[in-house]
Every structure is written in structure tokens, then in C-alpha cells.
Ligand binder design. Structure first.
Ligand SMILES: *Cc1c(COP(=O)(O)O)cnc(C)c1O
Length: 485
């Protein structure tokens, strides 16, 4: 692979084109008749001028510099980068789905409404909830929607609670979503087991607590085994329980948030239900609720009536819309396809395999890295580079070194309660051979950290670019081509 990649603007030559337009079959009008003077462009467009071949080669070369789940292992903890079956794309592209217009009369979109209706029933079954909305566009958007539902519920009872609790291991979007809804956040510490400290929770609970936001398994990949006691304690003070179900592949088919006592749950269809994600979507973060929160759901909901499916849009207590039209319908089609292809037994098996893969890797890697919470994990686990750090090799160095072995690095420095954290989520779609190669690479890096730490701290060595100034890139991005300076 050549290291240098010219920009499209640097290719081609003046006047070169990658397209040809047919002859104009109408008399050409002077531009002044078409556009007022002040709207006319005075200078050239300054676009790249390349042939079709140059264009195709340019983007094909760029595409090979991406790392995706279709090109290699991608154990990015909490992000569930698993293989997305291609049949999902086929169904989403069926003309009857892809060419719908959201304003079409309901009689002409009965199939689409039925799909939304069935997807809702399946997800209600998987989560143990009564109703689910598909409006939210992603996980964090689902959290915001869920928190708005919780606020609407309390307000309908003339109860202005101000506090939302979240554990110190929680995903960063949880406190952010609660804050955006206007709540004050209080952090609940984890105990030695890496689970919610029940004593600390009990001390913090009072009648000003609107909700506890929790993910179970938590971000350490550990199942909150006191969940029933936690739920009872929160409900006792009139608070609600919010379940962050982004990574439901850890438990689907085995345990349900609804049965654990949760009142609201969001799912990430773009993680658990196998639709491609990363780099900005599109995603889908459906929100499921128990009966007492259903009156506040965003509108419209799909209902089945005597004359077929229809949009219900007269819920007086609804929080309103949280997204244009009905959410990211194409993503729901993909997730629905996955649900149907897998069936209940397939979902159960997927969760079991995700857990098996994570435990297999954790037990192998604890020989070369610290495993701070050495317990049976669910879909992911967190190792620490604290041993390697003594030799000057950080979690970030290890992540960079993995690139030289062709692997996407795990999530680093999260959750915050583990020093030099590397959070690994192998997912259910990887084979034992892949897991072994990945473990082999990490073991080799651990050996290098002992014997030749500079090799690791200078990594990556084989990628098109080496270490980047990440802070500089984020703070002062140069997004415009300025030519030779
Ligand atoms: C990914 C994730 C989110 C956020 O989901 P987005 O779709 O990226 O907004 C929230 N919580 C957890 C646990 C996650 O893994």
C-alpha cells in the first residue's frame, strides 16, 4: 500500500471530465432570464476535474484504508461491532420499502405499517415491555426520549423530581441525556465486585430522585446481580428505572429488562440487531416502556384497527415528536429481517455465543494483562495495562500497536473506574481462530512491552500514517483543501 494518497483536487487536469451530458434539446436561455444578477456565480466552482477512471481509482484506494467489520476483527467495547448479514440490505432495498414516501396515505403503506407493528411486538417480547416507539434516531436520542418520558410521567402526578442517578461505570451518554432533560446527576460508586454499591445507592435515594439509569450488564460486562433489590429500592421512593439496552446482545433471550423491574428501555438496533453503524449512522434507538409510561410516548404509534393498520396520533399526554416522520424506517427493516432470520432460539444462541467469546478471551488474556474484575462476564470485559504502564507502555500504545497486526483496537480509557482500561467486546460473530489470533497479538505486544517497550510506544509502524496528534486533530481540524502552501 502506498503511504501517500493524493487528494482528489491534486489529480486530473483543467477541463477533464468524468461525465458527459446529452445535447440540450431546448433553446438555451441567457442566464439573466433565469436568475437575478445577485444570485449569479461570479467565479468558477473550483471543483476537482478528473476522469471517471481517476475518480473510481481514487475512492477505491481510499476505501481500502478503512477498517470495518467486513474487513477484520473490531473488538471495540460497548460498540458491538459485529457482522451484519447482507440479507438485511436486500430487504431494506426492496422497492416496496425503499421507495415509500412518508406522506403516502395509510391504505398504500399497509405492509410497512405491519412491519413496524410486528417489529414492535417482537421487541416488546425481547425486552418485556408493553409498547415501543421507533422514533429516536440512535441510542443517546433514545435515552433523551426515555428521560423526557420519565419527566412527563412525574409531572403528570404533580411531582417535580430533580435528581437522576447513574453509576460511575455508566456510559457517558447517560448523564449527558439526563442533564439535557434538565436533571441534576448524582453518581453512584461501584463496589469491589464492580457492581452498583447497594449501600451507597440506598443512602442517596430519596423522594427527589426521578430515576436511576443503569445498564445491565454494566460497562464492565458484569451482570448487576442485585438488580431486583436495586429496582425495589428505587421504586420504594417513587423513582423509575431506566435501562440502557444498547448492548442487549449480552442477555437477549435469557433475561428481560422488564422482568428485572425496569420501566423504560432503549435499544440500539444498530448494535444488537445487526445493522451497520459507525461514522454517523443511520441508527435507530427504539424506546420501550411499561404500561404506566405508554400515554406519554412520542407520536404517532402504529395501531391495528378493523380496516387495517393506522397511525394513532391523538395521545393527549404525549411528549410530542422527537424526530421527523416515523424514525429511521430502513434501519427497522434491517433489524426486523435479523429478528425474523434468527428467531427466538437464534437470539438466545447469539447472546450465549457473545458471552462465551468474551469469557474465553478474558481468561486467556488475564495471563498477560491485569483483569481487575475477574468474574464471569457477559458480552465484554475490561483488562488493564497497569503492569505494562510500569515499563512506560500505556493502553493507548497497546491500542496503536494492535493496528500493526490488522486489528481494530478495543475501546480505551473507559470505563473510567479502571486505570489504563482496554475494553474488549469480541461479539458473537467471531470464530475461535480469530479470537486466538487477536489474543496472540496482544500477548506478543505484552512481551514486547517487557523486552522492547520502544517498539510498542512508537507503533503503529505499518499504517499509512503513524501517530497522529489526536488533540490537535480534534481542536484544530483542517477540513478545507488550501492547495500548496
Ligand atoms: C453505544 C452506546 C450508547 C449510545 O448509542 P448511540 O447510538 O451511539 O447514541 C449508549 N449506551 C451504551 C451502553 C452504548 O454502548
Amino acid at each position: 500500500m502506498s503511504k501517500e494518497q493524493a487528494l482528489l483536487f491534486e489529480l486530473g487536469a483543467p477541463g477533464r471530465r468524468g461525465y458527459s451530458l446529452p445535447q440540450l434539446d431546448l433553446p438555451e436561455k441567457p442566464v439573466d432570464e433565469l436568475l437575478p444578477e445577485e444570485m449569479q456565480r461570479k467565479t468558477g466552482l473550483d471543483l476537482p476535474e478528473v476522469s471517471e477512471g481517476e475518480l473510481v481509482r481514487h475512492y477505491t484506494a481510499l476505501s481500502t484504508r478503512n477498517h470495518g467489520v467486513d474487513s477484520g476483527f473490531y473488538p471495540l467495547g460497548s460498540c458491538t461491532m459485529k457482522y451484519n448479514p447482507k440479507i438485511n440490505e436486500e430487504t431494506a432495498r426492496l422497492p416496496g420499502f425503499a421507495f415509500l414516501h412518508p406522506c403516502q396515505p395509510v391504505e398504500s403503506v399497509q405492509g410497512a405499517l405491519e412491519l413496524l407493528h410486528r417489529a414492535e411486538l417482537y421487541l416488546n417480547e425481547v425486552t418485556g415491555m408493553e409498547r415501543t416507539t421507533f422514533q429516536p434516531a440512535a441510542g443517546a436520542h433514545g435515552e433523551l426520549t426515555g428521560m423526557m418520558l420519565i419527566r412527563a410521567y412525574h409531572r403528570s402526578r404533580n411531582d417535580e423530581r430533580k435528581i437522576v442517578l447513574a453509576p460511575d461505570s455508566s456510559h457517558g451518554t447517560n448523564p449527558a441525556s439526563a442533564a439535557m432533560t434538565g436533571y441534576e446527576i448524582k453518581e453512584i460508586p461501584s463496589d469491589k465486585r464492580g457492581l452498583v454499591d447497594l449501600g451507597a445507592l440506598r443512602e442517596t435515594l430519596n423522594e427527589d430522585v426521578a430515576a436511576l439509569m443503569l445498564t445491565n450488564p454494566n460497562t464492565l460486562g458484569l451482570f448487576e446481580e442485585d438488580i431486583l433489590e436495586i429496582a425495589a429500592a428505587v421504586h420504594d421512593v417513587g423513582g423509575l428505572l431506566y435501562y440502557d439496552g444498547a448492548n442487549l446482545n449480552a442477555i437477549m433471550g435469557h433475561a428481560r429488562p422488564g422482568d428485572m423491574g425496569f420501566d423504560v428501555v432503549h435499544l440500539n438496533l444498530h448494535k444488537t440487531f445487526s445493522t451497520p453503524h459507525g461514522g454517523g449512522g443511520p441508527g435507530s434507538g427504539p424506546v420501550g416502556v411499561k404500561e404506566h409510561l405508554a400515554p406519554f410516548l412520542p407520536l404517532p404509534l402504529v395501531e391495528r384497527g378493523e380496516k387495517g393498520f393506522y397511525w394513532k396520533d391523538d395521545l393527549p399526554l404525549s411528549i410530542g415528536r422527537v424526530q421527523g416522520f416515523y424514525g429511521n424506517f430502513g434501519v427497522v427493516v434491517k433489524a426486523y429481517t435479523y429478528l425474523v432470520m434468527m428467531g427466538a432460539a437464534g437470539l438466545r444462541r447469539a447472546a450465549a455465543d457473545a458471552v462465551l467469546n468474551a469469557n474465553y478471551l478474558a481468561q486467556r488474556l488475564k495471563k498477560s494483562y491485569a483483569l481487575p474484575y475477574d468474574r464471569l462476564c457477559k458480552h465484554e470485559f475490561v483488562i488493564s495495562a497497569r503492569k505494562q504502564k510500569k515499563k512506560g507502555v500505556s493502553a493507548a500504545d497497546i491500542a496503536k500497536a494492535l493496528l500493526d497486526y490488522g486489528f481494530h483496537p478495543p475501546t480505551v480509557y473507559f470505563p473510567l473506574i479502571v486505570e489504563e482500561a482496554l475494553m474488549v467486546e469480541p461479539t458473537e460473530t467471531e470464530s475461535k481462530e480469530t479470537l486466538d489470533r487477536f489474543a496472540g497479538a496482544l500477548e506478543e505486544i505484552a512481551r514486547l512491552a517487557e523486552e522492547e517497550p520502544e517498539r510498542v510506544t512508537a507503533a503503529p509502524h505499518t499504517t499509512p500514517v503513524g501517530r497522529l496528534d489526536e488533540v490537535g486533530a480534534a481542536r484544530n481540524p483542517r477540513v478545507c483543501f488550501e492547495g500548496d502552501e
